[in-house]
Design a protein around this ligand. Structure first.
Ligand SMILES: Nc1ncnc2c1ncn2[C@@H]1O[C@H](COP(=O)(O)OP(=O)(O)OP(=O)(O)O)[C@@H](O)[C@H]1O
Ligand SMILES: O=c1ccn([C@@H]2O[C@H](COP(=O)(O)O)[C@@H](O)[C@H]2O)c(=O)[nH]1
Length: 258
Protein backbone atom coordinates (compact mmCIF):
# COMPACT_ATOMS: atom_id res chain seq x y z
CA UNK A 1 0.00 0.00 0.00
CA UNK A 2 1.43 3.39 -0.99
CA UNK A 3 1.36 6.74 0.78
CA UNK A 4 -1.29 9.47 0.68
CA UNK A 5 -0.82 13.02 -0.54
CA UNK A 6 -3.00 16.07 -1.20
CA UNK A 7 -3.05 16.90 -4.89
CA UNK A 8 -4.39 20.24 -6.09
CA UNK A 9 -7.23 20.25 -8.58
CA UNK A 10 -7.28 23.49 -10.52
CA UNK A 11 -10.58 24.33 -12.11
CA UNK A 12 -10.78 25.67 -15.63
CA UNK A 13 -12.56 28.99 -15.97
CA UNK A 14 -11.57 30.38 -12.56
CA UNK A 15 -10.05 33.83 -13.07
CA UNK A 16 -6.28 33.91 -12.84
CA UNK A 17 -4.19 37.03 -12.56
CA UNK A 18 -0.50 37.69 -12.90
CA UNK A 19 1.54 39.06 -10.00
CA UNK A 20 4.97 39.57 -11.51
CA UNK A 21 5.70 36.14 -13.01
CA UNK A 22 3.22 34.41 -10.75
CA UNK A 23 -0.37 33.48 -11.62
CA UNK A 24 -2.62 34.13 -8.63
CA UNK A 25 -6.24 33.59 -7.66
CA UNK A 26 -7.67 36.26 -5.35
CA UNK A 27 -10.96 36.20 -3.44
CA UNK A 28 -12.09 39.39 -1.67
CA UNK A 29 -13.81 38.70 1.66
CA UNK A 30 -16.10 41.59 2.57
CA UNK A 31 -18.80 42.32 5.14
CA UNK A 32 -19.43 44.66 8.05
CA UNK A 33 -17.18 44.82 11.12
CA UNK A 34 -17.82 41.69 13.20
CA UNK A 35 -19.69 39.83 10.44
CA UNK A 36 -17.26 36.91 10.88
CA UNK A 37 -14.82 37.39 7.98
CA UNK A 38 -11.70 36.48 9.94
CA UNK A 39 -13.36 33.49 11.58
CA UNK A 40 -14.45 31.99 8.26
CA UNK A 41 -11.14 32.83 6.55
CA UNK A 42 -9.37 30.66 9.14
CA UNK A 43 -11.68 27.76 8.16
CA UNK A 44 -11.07 28.31 4.44
CA UNK A 45 -7.29 28.31 4.98
CA UNK A 46 -7.52 25.01 6.84
CA UNK A 47 -9.74 23.24 4.31
CA UNK A 48 -8.86 24.79 0.96
CA UNK A 49 -5.22 25.84 1.19
CA UNK A 50 -5.67 29.59 0.67
CA UNK A 51 -3.44 32.16 2.36
CA UNK A 52 -5.37 34.65 4.49
CA UNK A 53 -4.35 38.29 4.14
CA UNK A 54 -6.32 40.52 6.51
CA UNK A 55 -5.79 44.15 5.49
CA UNK A 56 -6.57 45.21 9.08
CA UNK A 57 -3.99 42.76 10.50
CA UNK A 58 -1.35 44.02 8.04
CA UNK A 59 -2.05 47.61 9.10
CA UNK A 60 -1.88 46.68 12.80
CA UNK A 61 1.45 44.90 12.17
CA UNK A 62 2.70 48.04 10.44
CA UNK A 63 1.89 50.08 13.58
CA UNK A 64 3.77 47.57 15.76
CA UNK A 65 6.78 47.57 13.44
CA UNK A 66 7.40 51.23 14.24
CA UNK A 67 7.09 52.25 10.58
CA UNK A 68 6.92 55.95 9.68
CA UNK A 69 3.23 55.48 8.80
CA UNK A 70 2.47 53.86 12.17
CA UNK A 71 1.03 56.87 13.96
CA UNK A 72 -1.11 57.91 11.00
CA UNK A 73 -2.50 54.34 10.66
CA UNK A 74 -3.21 54.09 14.40
CA UNK A 75 -5.13 57.36 14.38
CA UNK A 76 -7.18 56.27 11.35
CA UNK A 77 -8.05 52.94 12.98
CA UNK A 78 -9.08 54.62 16.25
CA UNK A 79 -11.46 56.79 14.23
CA UNK A 80 -12.68 53.92 12.04
CA UNK A 81 -11.40 55.78 8.96
CA UNK A 82 -9.96 54.25 5.79
CA UNK A 83 -6.16 54.34 5.49
CA UNK A 84 -4.88 55.76 2.15
CA UNK A 85 -4.95 53.18 -0.64
CA UNK A 86 -1.25 53.31 -1.46
CA UNK A 87 -0.31 52.23 2.08
CA UNK A 88 -2.67 49.24 2.20
CA UNK A 89 -2.03 48.15 -1.39
CA UNK A 90 1.74 48.13 -0.84
CA UNK A 91 1.29 45.91 2.25
CA UNK A 92 -1.01 43.50 0.38
CA UNK A 93 1.18 43.37 -2.71
CA UNK A 94 4.36 42.75 -0.68
CA UNK A 95 2.62 39.99 1.28
CA UNK A 96 1.46 38.25 -1.92
CA UNK A 97 4.88 38.48 -3.56
CA UNK A 98 6.65 37.11 -0.47
CA UNK A 99 4.25 34.19 -0.12
CA UNK A 100 4.76 31.07 -2.25
CA UNK A 101 1.05 30.29 -2.37
CA UNK A 102 -0.94 31.32 -5.43
CA UNK A 103 -4.40 31.49 -3.78
CA UNK A 104 -5.20 34.43 -1.52
CA UNK A 105 -8.16 35.53 0.59
CA UNK A 106 -8.00 39.31 0.91
CA UNK A 107 -10.09 40.09 3.99
CA UNK A 108 -11.50 43.58 4.69
CA UNK A 109 -10.25 45.19 1.48
CA UNK A 110 -11.19 47.01 -0.75
CA UNK A 111 -12.98 49.28 1.70
CA UNK A 112 -14.12 51.91 -0.80
CA UNK A 113 -14.33 52.47 -4.54
CA UNK A 114 -11.02 54.32 -4.57
CA UNK A 115 -9.31 51.32 -2.86
CA UNK A 116 -10.83 49.01 -5.44
CA UNK A 117 -9.85 51.01 -8.52
CA UNK A 118 -6.33 51.67 -7.21
CA UNK A 119 -5.78 47.98 -6.39
CA UNK A 120 -6.92 46.86 -9.83
CA UNK A 121 -4.78 49.54 -11.53
CA UNK A 122 -1.64 48.85 -9.55
CA UNK A 123 -1.74 45.05 -9.36
CA UNK A 124 -3.83 44.30 -12.49
CA UNK A 125 -5.61 41.74 -10.33
CA UNK A 126 -9.36 41.34 -10.29
CA UNK A 127 -10.96 38.89 -7.87
CA UNK A 128 -12.22 35.47 -8.95
CA UNK A 129 -15.23 36.31 -6.81
CA UNK A 130 -16.27 38.27 -3.71
CA UNK A 131 -17.62 36.68 -0.53
CA UNK A 132 -20.06 39.01 1.19
CA UNK A 133 -20.92 38.21 4.80
CA UNK A 134 -24.29 39.80 5.42
CA UNK A 135 -25.23 40.43 9.05
CA UNK A 136 -27.38 42.90 11.02
CA UNK A 137 -25.67 45.76 12.88
CA UNK A 138 -27.30 44.59 16.09
CA UNK A 139 -25.63 41.16 15.83
CA UNK A 140 -22.28 42.60 14.68
CA UNK A 141 -22.25 45.07 17.59
CA UNK A 142 -22.91 42.22 20.04
CA UNK A 143 -20.03 40.20 18.58
CA UNK A 144 -17.54 43.09 18.53
CA UNK A 145 -18.28 44.08 22.12
CA UNK A 146 -17.70 40.45 23.11
CA UNK A 147 -14.54 39.92 21.02
CA UNK A 148 -12.13 40.78 23.82
CA UNK A 149 -8.93 40.99 21.80
CA UNK A 150 -7.95 44.39 23.16
CA UNK A 151 -8.52 46.16 19.84
CA UNK A 152 -8.53 49.98 20.10
CA UNK A 153 -11.55 50.13 17.77
CA UNK A 154 -13.82 47.60 19.54
CA UNK A 155 -15.57 50.27 21.63
CA UNK A 156 -19.12 51.44 21.02
CA UNK A 157 -18.10 54.89 19.76
CA UNK A 158 -15.69 53.58 17.09
CA UNK A 159 -17.96 50.64 16.23
CA UNK A 160 -20.77 53.06 15.25
CA UNK A 161 -18.30 55.01 13.06
CA UNK A 162 -17.13 51.77 11.41
CA UNK A 163 -20.74 50.80 10.64
CA UNK A 164 -21.31 54.16 8.94
CA UNK A 165 -18.11 53.88 6.89
CA UNK A 166 -19.16 50.36 5.85
CA UNK A 167 -22.59 51.50 4.64
CA UNK A 168 -21.38 54.71 2.96
CA UNK A 169 -18.10 53.52 1.44
CA UNK A 170 -17.79 49.71 1.44
CA UNK A 171 -21.26 48.66 0.27
CA UNK A 172 -20.71 50.45 -3.08
CA UNK A 173 -17.71 48.13 -3.68
CA UNK A 174 -19.97 45.12 -3.16
CA UNK A 175 -22.54 46.69 -5.51
CA UNK A 176 -19.81 47.19 -8.12
CA UNK A 177 -18.90 43.49 -8.09
CA UNK A 178 -22.55 42.45 -7.83
CA UNK A 179 -23.20 44.22 -11.13
CA UNK A 180 -20.46 41.98 -12.56
CA UNK A 181 -22.10 38.88 -11.06
CA UNK A 182 -19.11 38.23 -8.84
CA UNK A 183 -20.70 38.45 -5.39
CA UNK A 184 -21.57 35.40 -3.31
CA UNK A 185 -23.75 36.66 -0.49
CA UNK A 186 -23.85 34.63 2.69
CA UNK A 187 -26.23 34.88 5.66
CA UNK A 188 -23.58 35.50 8.33
CA UNK A 189 -26.03 35.81 11.23
CA UNK A 190 -26.15 32.02 11.60
CA UNK A 191 -23.85 30.05 13.92
CA UNK A 192 -20.20 29.69 12.80
CA UNK A 193 -20.54 26.04 11.69
CA UNK A 194 -23.66 26.75 9.62
CA UNK A 195 -22.02 29.69 7.90
CA UNK A 196 -19.05 27.46 7.07
CA UNK A 197 -21.32 24.84 5.44
CA UNK A 198 -22.37 27.51 2.92
CA UNK A 199 -18.78 28.73 2.50
CA UNK A 200 -17.62 25.15 1.92
CA UNK A 201 -20.03 24.68 -0.97
CA UNK A 202 -18.71 27.85 -2.62
CA UNK A 203 -15.08 26.72 -2.30
CA UNK A 204 -15.76 23.12 -3.37
CA UNK A 205 -14.01 23.65 -6.75
CA UNK A 206 -10.79 24.37 -4.83
CA UNK A 207 -10.96 21.19 -2.76
CA UNK A 208 -7.88 19.03 -2.68
CA UNK A 209 -8.05 15.42 -3.79
CA UNK A 210 -6.41 12.81 -1.64
CA UNK A 211 -4.55 10.34 -3.85
CA UNK A 212 -3.15 7.03 -2.84
CA UNK A 213 -0.50 5.16 -4.83
CA UNK A 214 -1.62 1.53 -4.88
CA UNK A 215 1.39 0.25 -6.80
CA UNK A 216 4.38 2.47 -6.08
CA UNK A 217 6.61 0.06 -8.00
CA UNK A 218 4.59 0.74 -11.19
CA UNK A 219 3.98 4.48 -10.96
CA UNK A 220 5.92 7.28 -9.26
CA UNK A 221 4.67 10.31 -7.36
CA UNK A 222 6.72 12.51 -9.62
CA UNK A 223 4.82 11.19 -12.65
CA UNK A 224 1.41 11.67 -10.99
CA UNK A 225 2.23 15.20 -9.88
CA UNK A 226 3.49 16.02 -13.39
CA UNK A 227 0.16 14.86 -14.80
CA UNK A 228 -1.91 16.79 -12.29
CA UNK A 229 0.05 20.01 -12.63
CA UNK A 230 0.36 20.07 -16.41
CA UNK A 231 -1.32 23.17 -17.80
CA UNK A 232 -3.08 23.52 -14.45
CA UNK A 233 -6.08 21.88 -16.05
CA UNK A 234 -8.14 18.78 -15.46
CA UNK A 235 -6.52 17.01 -18.41
CA UNK A 236 -3.12 15.44 -18.09
CA UNK A 237 -0.60 13.89 -20.40
CA UNK A 238 0.04 10.15 -20.28
CA UNK A 239 3.36 8.33 -20.33
CA UNK A 240 2.96 7.57 -24.02
CA UNK A 241 2.90 11.29 -24.79
CA UNK A 242 -0.82 11.31 -25.57
CA UNK A 243 -3.48 13.04 -23.54
CA UNK A 244 -4.74 11.21 -20.49
CA UNK A 245 -8.04 12.60 -19.22
CA UNK A 246 -8.59 13.12 -15.52
CA UNK A 247 -11.15 10.31 -15.72
CA UNK A 248 -8.54 7.94 -17.08
CA UNK A 249 -6.07 9.07 -14.44
CA UNK A 250 -8.61 8.40 -11.73
CA UNK A 251 -9.43 4.99 -13.23
CA UNK A 252 -5.76 4.02 -13.36
CA UNK A 253 -5.28 0.72 -11.51
CA UNK A 254 -2.21 2.02 -9.72
CA UNK A 255 -3.93 5.01 -8.10
CA UNK A 256 -7.00 5.53 -5.94
CA UNK A 257 -8.65 8.85 -5.18
CA UNK A 258 -9.96 9.30 -1.66
N1 LIG B 1 -21.32 33.17 13.03
C1 LIG B 1 -20.94 33.65 14.21
N2 LIG B 1 -21.76 33.58 15.28
C2 LIG B 1 -21.38 34.07 16.48
N3 LIG B 1 -20.18 34.66 16.71
C3 LIG B 1 -19.34 34.77 15.68
C4 LIG B 1 -19.66 34.27 14.38
N4 LIG B 1 -18.62 34.52 13.56
C5 LIG B 1 -17.69 35.14 14.30
N5 LIG B 1 -18.11 35.29 15.56
C6 LIG B 1 -17.39 35.97 16.67
O1 LIG B 1 -17.58 37.36 16.45
C7 LIG B 1 -16.39 38.08 16.69
C8 LIG B 1 -15.98 38.81 15.40
O2 LIG B 1 -15.64 37.83 14.43
P1 LIG B 1 -14.50 38.11 13.36
O3 LIG B 1 -13.30 38.66 14.05
O4 LIG B 1 -14.33 36.86 12.57
O5 LIG B 1 -15.21 39.23 12.49
P2 LIG B 1 -14.63 40.15 11.33
O6 LIG B 1 -15.68 40.30 10.32
O7 LIG B 1 -13.32 39.62 10.87
O8 LIG B 1 -14.41 41.51 12.14
P3 LIG B 1 -13.51 42.79 11.77
O9 LIG B 1 -13.94 43.28 10.44
O10 LIG B 1 -13.85 43.77 12.86
O11 LIG B 1 -12.08 42.37 11.83
C9 LIG B 1 -15.36 37.06 17.16
O12 LIG B 1 -15.33 37.09 18.57
C10 LIG B 1 -15.90 35.73 16.65
O13 LIG B 1 -15.54 34.65 17.47
O1 LIG C 1 -8.21 48.00 3.86
C1 LIG C 1 -8.31 48.44 5.02
C2 LIG C 1 -8.52 47.63 6.13
C3 LIG C 1 -8.63 48.18 7.37
N1 LIG C 1 -8.51 49.50 7.54
C4 LIG C 1 -8.57 50.12 8.90
O2 LIG C 1 -8.39 49.13 9.89
C5 LIG C 1 -9.55 49.04 10.72
C6 LIG C 1 -9.77 47.64 11.18
O3 LIG C 1 -10.01 46.81 10.06
P1 LIG C 1 -10.54 45.30 10.25
O4 LIG C 1 -10.84 44.79 8.89
O5 LIG C 1 -11.77 45.39 11.10
O6 LIG C 1 -9.47 44.54 10.93
C7 LIG C 1 -10.66 49.66 9.87
O7 LIG C 1 -11.73 50.16 10.64
C8 LIG C 1 -9.91 50.78 9.17
O8 LIG C 1 -9.68 51.86 10.04
C9 LIG C 1 -8.29 50.32 6.46
O9 LIG C 1 -8.19 51.55 6.59
N2 LIG C 1 -8.19 49.78 5.22
Amino acid sequence: MGSVVDAPVVVEGVAENMLGDKKVTVVFVLGGPGSGKGTQCANIVEHFGFTHLSAGDLLRAEIKSGSENGTMIENMIKEGKIVPSEVTIKLLQDAMIKNENDKFLIDGFPRNEENRAAFENVTKISPAFVLFFDCSEEEMERRLLGRNQGRVDDNIETIRKRFKVFVDSSLPVIEHYNAKDKVKKIDAAKPISEVFEVVKAIFAPYAKLGIQLLAPDKISWIRVMEWLNRDKKRTTEGTNGGVLSEKALLECDYISVI
